[in-house]
Design a protein. Sequence first.
Length: 138
Amino acid sequence: MAEVGYSKKVLEHFTNPRNVGTIENPDGYGKVGNPVCGDLMEIFIKVKDDKIEDIKFRTFGCGSAIATSSMVTELAKGKALDEAIKITRSDVADELDGLPPKKMHCSNLAADALHEAIKDYRRKRGEKADDDPQKSGD
Ligand code: FES
């Protein structure tokens, strides 16, 4: 499998993804489309005491999108919102020991959807929600 360029961790999260599914009445919901391939990602969060108590994802993306979402949900679960919103696209790829260059755009989906879900939660509470560190894009 090594010749396809996927790390063991990517393959492991792809075959056994964590936190797949949806949350009824989520506190925050983020949905993003990937401009490169047109795939979709949804992230649902439950928040308690300003921490991500539960998180689930649903995607119509490829295997890399599934692996990165699984990793994002693991990284974000239990984290304070202020910390979780700082999880970057490259953090996710790094945690997975890298992604093939052609697949880097797939990792953007999960991180962006997480940020959207946090912003949605903050918007609903009437808080300022424009502090996404990756807003300027790449
Ligand atoms: Fe669309 Fe990876 S090819 S998310």
